[in-house]
Design a protein around this ligand. Sequence first.
Ligand SMILES: [Zn+2]
Ligand SMILES: [Zn+2]
Length: 261
Amino acid sequence: MKIRVAHGSDLLVKSPNGSTICRSVGFLVNDELMVDAGTLASGLTLEEQKRVKHILLSHLHLDHIKGIPPLIDNLSGLVDHQVVVASLSSVIDGLHKHIFNDMVFPNFFQQQGPRHSILRAQSLEPQKEVCISRGISVIPVSVNHTVETVGYVIRDDSAAWIYSGDTHLTEEIWQVAARTPNLKGVFIEVSFPNAMLDIAIQSKHLTPQLLAQEYRKIGKPDLPLFIYHMKPTMREAIIQEIAELDIETVTILEEGQEIEL
Ligand SMILES: [Zn+2]
Ligand SMILES: [Zn+2]
């Protein structure tokens, strides 16, 4: 599986090559499946957007869904396929109620004019595996965040990886990780530095210290660990603290990076 990274929150940050944009959350898998949709329109070229057939959402927070309305604007009249938006029914309901409600944005889950509706909803249930895209199946697993949220086991014939979603201390997804065959990596959010533990607890996210605690629950010390969702203004402090954890298999994900699992 090929995974392209876009994570963090929208801000220009300094990098060795000058300024780079740090975008909200989204991972493009095999060119056609978007795992969370924060970057869907801002992070992909039009040709890349035209190939997206499936969107898998972890939860309803804006940084994970905000690419969907501009994607529709961009694709309007250019593609014949529907884009399937898959998530828990509470997330699908939330999209209908709060975004595609004909007030904030037209309801593109319903037919617009002579054409078919561009979006199609697919409700998922925790722990039920479904085939979602060519050769790729997913298992939603509930995690502990301020709103109903799932992480995912995402797998094809040769590899599986885990996407944590936004989460605080949680159990089930690490138990699933421990027994998932062919697990090639785990993508875990870290949002705040250790000094902001109180905010991490309040907003149900992770700090580097909490990350180490969660990672140990999997019981696979050699499992590659990929970090995303760092608040861009605190990125350097978080990276420093993660380096001090002494986890050898850790990778801090960079914007645009491609991972082959
Ligand atoms: Zn969230
Ligand atoms: Zn988030």
